[in-house]
Write a protein that binds this ligand. Structure first.
Ligand SMILES: Cc1ncc(COP(=O)(O)O)c(C=O)c1O
Length: 471
């Protein structure tokens, strides 16, 4: 498909059907292995019942993350060959800078190797001990990077997000009255306000432009910088186009520019809506903040025209950023995730509704009420799904987001979710149906499932390294 200006024609119109099928065909394949059940039992036991510790080759369908797992297009593969591997002043940087400025509209662009490097550099420049950083919901690495810099992350998700199963178009929104109240008494201790689009922790739910404007107004009133965590901005823009009044006739690039026009900058993991396997960005308007970030970039990542990446990967990102804005791509992407959600729901499992942009989230708290949060119901479900079908999802619940008080008691997270993230341009609907069917079989014997005991892993990133014993 051509660039977005030509791509107002949707894939469904192209194919002449109402089914928004993929606007591409498969040119290269990667064979998959489906280890037999006994082997899967052994492998998950050896992995300490933590799917992060499995080898990727032992997984049939990998829905651990949509981050860095996209299939590259032929144009991106061709861009690899245009790499100009220079320490300073590579033409690939200038091409990336041009595309990023066109899409995001910020004045300054620093490349980094992935989103968390952007977070660490930005927060090291802005955040100090005693600071509070409000967001709709911070992601785990964002939260950990803020804490690492002495800040206290605060989540103010909107009231509509509280009921997981109630359908509402913008469940990723920030709670504006709460933010207003907080800023009125604490604005001096707030170095930046953040908005994660889409809200990954809250189910991949979008944020409306109305909400973006309201957050921006409050931040500006108190002269606080407002930053996006913009990983999935294109999917968010697509939801605005589809759901928010007044945007149906706007293109994705127009909506994206509108979104970013209210902010002072963003951190960006290009491993999502940059359609690359590695890469990220810091975008800024403020020159003195740029100077601080640039110095740290040189210290931690590399010279500002490569920022911790091979220059060829900057070129691949420039192409991926444009492809991720194509109307037909977004239509097929978001509708595939929707169909997957419908298939899981049809098997009788409770999921977050409406289905978000990049993943289906199963509500393990509701599905497995016999397993208390301190026995990690969503982790149990993740383990069971691997056992059942060689499929990997990820726990976003008390293991990832809970904590422990000074007496060693678990402080549970509000939700116990199994996230099934859909990599971009990678799996077919038929493969996702296999996952839904496997979940259906687990659902039939859900009452027999038992909890897990955490035996290793502490701190805000414990879920990556934890190990468990079955109870
Ligand atoms: C919302 C959000 N922010 C930040 C990150 C961190 O990005 P990266 O994995 O590129 O470091 C992620 C990664 O999944 C994310 O989903």
């Amino acid at each position: 498909m051509g660039p977005d200006s030509e791509a107002a024609v949707s894939a469904s119109e192209v194919s002449g059907s109402v089914f928004p099928a993929e606007p591409f065909r498969i040119k290269v394949i990667e064979p998959l292995r489906f280890p037999p059940r006994l082997e899967r039992e052994r492998l998950i036991q050896e992995a300490g019942y933590n799917v992060f510790r499995l080898h990727a080759e032992d997984i049939y369908l990998d829905l651990l993350t949509d981050s860095g797992t996209s299939a590259l297009s032929d144009r991106q593969m061709a861009a690899l060959m245009l790499g100009n591997q220079a320490y300073a002043g590579s033409r690939n940087y200038f091409e990336l800078e041009r595309v990023v400025k066109e899409i995001f509209g910020f004045k300054f662009v620093l490349p980094v190797h992935q989103g968390r490097a952007a977070e660490n550099i930005l927060f090291s420049s802005l955040v100090q001990k005693g600071h509070f950083i409000p967001s709709n919901s911070h992601f785990d690495t964002t939260r950990a990077n803020l804490m690492h810099n002495g800040g206290q992350p605060l989540d103010f998700p909107g009231p509509e997000s509280r009921d997981l199963q109630t359908s509402s178009p913008f469940k990723g929104n920030m709670d504006i009255p709460k933010l207003k109240q907080f800023l009125e008494s604490n604005y001096k201790s707030v170095p930046l306000v953040m908005l994660t689009v889409t809200n990954n922790t809250g189910g991949g739910q979008p944020v409306s432009l109305e909400n973006i404007r309201a957050v921006s107004q409050l931040a500006r009133k108190h002269r606080i910088p407002f930053f996006f965590d913009a990983c999935r901005y294109a999917e968010n823009a697509y939801f605005i186009q589809q759901r928010e009044e007044g945007y149906a006739n706007k293109t994705i690039p127009e909506i994206a520019r509108d979104m970013f026009s209210y902010a002072d900058g963003c951190t960006f993991s290009a491993k999502k809506d940059g359609l690359v396997n590695i890469g990220g960005l810091i975008c800024l308007n403020d020159h003195s903040l740029l100077e601080k970030c640039r110095e740290l970039l040189i210290l931690m990542e590399g010279f500002p025209t490569y920022g911790g990446m091979a220059c060829r990967d900057l070129q691949v990102m420039a192409v991926g950023l444009k492809e991720a804005q194509e109307q037909s791509y977004l239509e097929s992407r978001v509708s595939q995730v929707q169909r997957f959600g419908d298939a899981v729901k049809a098997q009788g499992l409770p999921i977050i509704e409406p289905v978000g942009g990049h993943a289906v989230y199963v509500d393990a708290k509701k599905m497995l009420p016999q397993i208390p949060p301190e026995q990690f119901p969503a982790q149990v479900l993740a383990v069971e799904l691997y056992r059942e079908a060689g499929v990997r999802g990820v726990e976003l619940g008390t293991c990832a987001f809970g904590s422990v008080d000074k007496n060693g008691n678990t402080i549970p997270h509000s939700y116990e979710l199994l996230r099934l993230a859909v990599p971009r341009r990678v799996y077919t609907d038929r493969q996702l149906q296999v996952v839904a069917d496997a979940l259906g079989r687990i659902n039939e014997r859900k009452d027999s499932l038992k909890g897990l005991k955490l035996i290793e892993g502490e701190g805000p990133l414990r879920h990556f390294v934890a190990s468990f014993h079955p109870l």
